[in-house]
Design a protein. Sequence first.
Length: 250
Amino acid sequence: MRMQLPDFRLRPASLSGRTILVTGATGGLGRALSMSCALAGATVILSGRNLAKLEKVYDEIEERGAPQPAIAPLDLASAAAPDYDGLAELIQREFGTLDGLVHAAALLGERTPLEMYDIPTWCRVLHVNLTAPLILTQVLLPQLRRSSAASVLLVSSGVAHDPGPYWGAYAVSKAGLESVRALLSQELAEVSGVRVNSVSPGRLRTPMRAAAYPAEDPNTLPLPDTVTDAFVYLLSEESRAIAGQCVTLT
C-alpha cells in the first residue's frame, strides 16, 4: 500500500534524544538525511565505506552546532559477519539503544538489457541494495527493540513498482526491498514495537541520478534536502502509528 504523509516541517527538537544510523551517509540523499536528522536533534551514526568522506560530514554536522555524531565505517559490498557484529557491538557499547535505521546506501549497477547484464555486477547490486540491509537490520534488532518507538526506513524507487527496460538489478533489488518491508513489518508488529516503512523520494539531484540519466540537466531536479522532512517525520515519535507503508513523495 502506498500513502502520502501529513504536512510536516522539521523542528530543532523533532528527533531530540534519539539515535539514528544512516547508511550511505556520504552520498547525495544519505548525506542530506544525516544533516537533517542531526539538525532535528538526533545523534547520528554515520555509516559508509569512505572514512575521509564520513569525517567531512561529521565536521559539517559539528560546525552546525548539532549533537555530536559518531562514525561507523562499513563497506556493504565486502562486509562479513564480524564487521556487522562489530557495528552492533559498537552501538550497544556506546549507545545501548538505536531509535532509527535508514538504509540509504545503494548501487545503480548497469543500465543495460538483462540478456547482456554482467552477472558479477548483478550479484553486487543485489547484495548491497537488498541483502545487506536485511543483514544489518537483523544484527541491530536487539538495539532497536530497546527503543520505545524504533523506526526502520528503506529507500525505495518508482522502478520498484513500475520497472522500465534496462533498469536491471537496481529495479529487482528495489522490488525485493519492498517485499522485505512488507514481511518484516508484519513479523515485527507481532513481537516488538519496531516499525518498518519505505520511502520513494522521486527524482533528485544526486550522483546516482546523473549516472542513470547522463543527458538530463541536473538543474531541473530538486536537491535531496527538499525531501528530508518526510524521513525525519517517519523517524520521529509523531509517526509511531505508521508502519508497513510505502510512502511516495511528490
